[in-house]
Design a binder for this molecule. Structure first.
Ligand SMILES: [Zn+2]
Length: 267
């Protein structure tokens, strides 16, 4: 038992009549404040400036541009990314270091932004009922697209509850990744090449990416589906999109120059 405190009373009160944007933002703020205390974040100003510039470039073209979006690099070697309601997006350094071009990092951000835009966590919360609601919701929030956090687990009456996004939610977030990157003028093919890279690594070094696949179900089928999303755009509209920038190259070089990530904390 540990980690992230969830304002149960607030959540339970909120679910009775649907969760408003204001409530979502408030929950997200409290959740993010806890995460920011408990996870090792990269504090380098240049790195944070770039991840927020790129994130805002994408988020500002979505239907939820009004949220106060914040983007963080978690100083963890494990490959993973997750989002918190209200517009908080976290990408592990291990995932950032596996990107080779700006459009690949943008694809990851576009996917996590998509979960927030479509209110996936909020919808899960709204569906939940019953006495376990507080506990279950805590699990939903702490396990969003993430199993580094999920290993915490929450055990009530001998039953560990792990909630995460469904395959359907993941497919929707992938479609959002394509849509959000294109809208931001970024080549959506980074979504595909990133998947290919992680799937290849899964075959050679499964431990390195197991957390990512635990929370992002689906494999080759997601590549096919993402390609189908890209194919919906006329070729002419994809022609002049950006695949890479010198700012991204500087960002990635700077990330790689940091001292090694701290070992994972005992959960
Ligand atoms: Zn996801």
């Amino acid at each position: 038992m540990k980690r992230i405190f969830i304002p149960f009373a607030l959540i339970i009160g909120a679910t009775a009549c649907g969760i408003s944007t204001q409530q979502e933002v408030q929950m997200g703020q409290e959740e993010a404040a806890q995460i920011n205390q408990q996870l090792p974040l990269v504090r380098d100003a240049e790195i944070n400036r770039y991840i927020n510039l790129l994130g805002d470039q994408i988020a500002s073209r979505t239907s939820r541009a009004d949220l106060d979006w914040r983007f963080y690099v978690v100083d963890a070697a494990e490959v993973n990314a997750f989002a918190v309601p209200g517009g908080y997006v976290y990408v592990n350094r291990g995932l950032v270091e596996r990107t080779d071009r700006m459009d690949e990092l943008a694809g990851v951000l576009g996917h996590e932004i998509g979960h927030v835009v479509l209110r996936h966590t909020v919808k899960q919360m709204e569906k939940m009922q019953g006495a376990n609601i507080g506990v279950t919701l805590a699990c939903v929030l702490t396990n969003v697209c993430n199993s580094g956090l999920a290993q915490a687990g929450i055990n009530i009456a001998g039953t560990a509850v792990f909630a995460k996004f469904s395959r359907g939610d993941e497919a929707e977030a992938d479609a959002q990744a394509v849509k959000n990157t294109v809208a931001a003028g970024i080549d959506p093919h980074g979504v595909i090449t990133m998947f290919e890279k992680l799937i290849a690594e899964r075959k050679s070094r499964p431990d390195a990416v197991s957390a990512f696949f635990a929370t992002h179900p689906g494999e080759e089928d997601r590549i096919v589906a993402a390609q189908a999303e890209i194919n919906k755009y006329p070729a002419s509209s994809l022609r002049n999109l950006t695949t890479n920038t010198t700012n991204y190259n500087s960002f990635r070089a700077r990330i790689r120059s940091l001292p090694p990530s701290p070992p994972p904390r005992a959960q």
